[in-house]
Design a protein around this ligand. Structure first.
Ligand code: F6R
Length: 261
């Protein structure tokens, strides 16, 4: 696992946007796996700037959703489909026809999850999966003790996650759905490159457990240690509990530029 410590969230956004730009230059129809929440927004902004300047061509890119609330109408402003339309598809000029996502409104939730797994496979899999991390170490909405081999399925959110996400629902935790469908950890591990961005002091414990703790379901993000190409990008605050921070800095500072992340 590579750990890159950047000065701040904007620096993380630029670094990851550059990795996506590089991927699209080599593979214009790449499948980009995207997360929601606050953390990835600087990545989407940096990418949108590159699209506007003509530096990145997204005309053939495809977007794959990581997770979705169960029971929110698709046109609810906080359904992840709506959020991704607003924050990713429109700014990157990518049409809905290039969007893959699970149906959080389906009556047959297991059927919708299985259909999403089939859609991902038919698309050739995810080339680069962008991840955030929960304060409890979740990736996607794989809460602690999710199976490390899990597939897309329904999960119950922890009260911690619901309270963390209440800010998107006017601060009212009662409005945050209890259930979600999420790509499983096994599904996520099939992406060809995993890039986890973590910013802010509130993520420092989760980042330390992910990078330097044991691989264990109690910290779902620790499964990244099992992936041959996983990059953790963290700002100074989120890196503040990493014992090996000096090594990570030294290693990245001396990395050949042609390698990228
Ligand atoms: C949402 C997702 C979650 C978030 C995590 C952190 O699609 O994948 O794992 O990344 O809850 O959320 P923020 O970035 O809002 O702190």
């Amino acid at each position: 696992m590579e750990v890159v410590i950047v000065p701040d969230a904007a620096g993380g956004g630029e670094l990851i946007a550059e990795a996506v730009a590089r991927l699209l230059r080599h593979k214009p129809d790449a499948v980009l796996g995207v997360a929601t929440g606050s953390t990835p927004l600087p990545v989407y902004r940096a990418l949108a700037a590159r699209v506007r300047s003509g530096e990145v061509d997204t005309s053939r890119a495809r977007i794959a959703q990581l997770d979705e609330y169960v029971g929110l109408p698709a046109d609810h402003p906080e359904s992840y489909r709506s959020v991704l339309r607003r924050e990713v598809l429109e700014p990157l000029a990518i049409p809905m026809s290039a969007f893959l996502g699970p149906d959080g409104t389906a009556e047959d939730v297991p059927g919708a999850c299985a259909a999403y797994e089939r859609a991902l496979a038919a698309a050739g899999g995810v080339d680069l999966q962008l991840l955030g991390i929960g304060t409890d170490g979740h990736i996607g909405f794989n809460e602690p003790c999710s199976s490390l081999t899990s597939r897309t399925r329904i999960k119950t959110l922890t009260e911690q996650t619901r309270s963390d996400n209440a800010r998107f629902f006017g601060g009212d935790v009662a409005q945050v759905p209890q259930h979600v469908v999420t790509q499983g950890i096994g599904t996520i591990l099939e992406a060809r490159h995993l890039v986890l961005l973590a910013t802010g002091e509130g993520k420092a414990d989760a980042v330390a457990a992910t990078v330097e703790g044991p691989v264990a379901a109690i910290c779902p993000a620790s499964a990244l240690q099992l992936h041959p190409h996983a990059t953790v990008v963290t700002d100074e605050a989120a890196a503040s509990k990493l014992k090996l921070a000096p090594y990570f800095r030294h290693s990245y500072a001396n990395k050949p530029g042609w390698q990228g992340i």
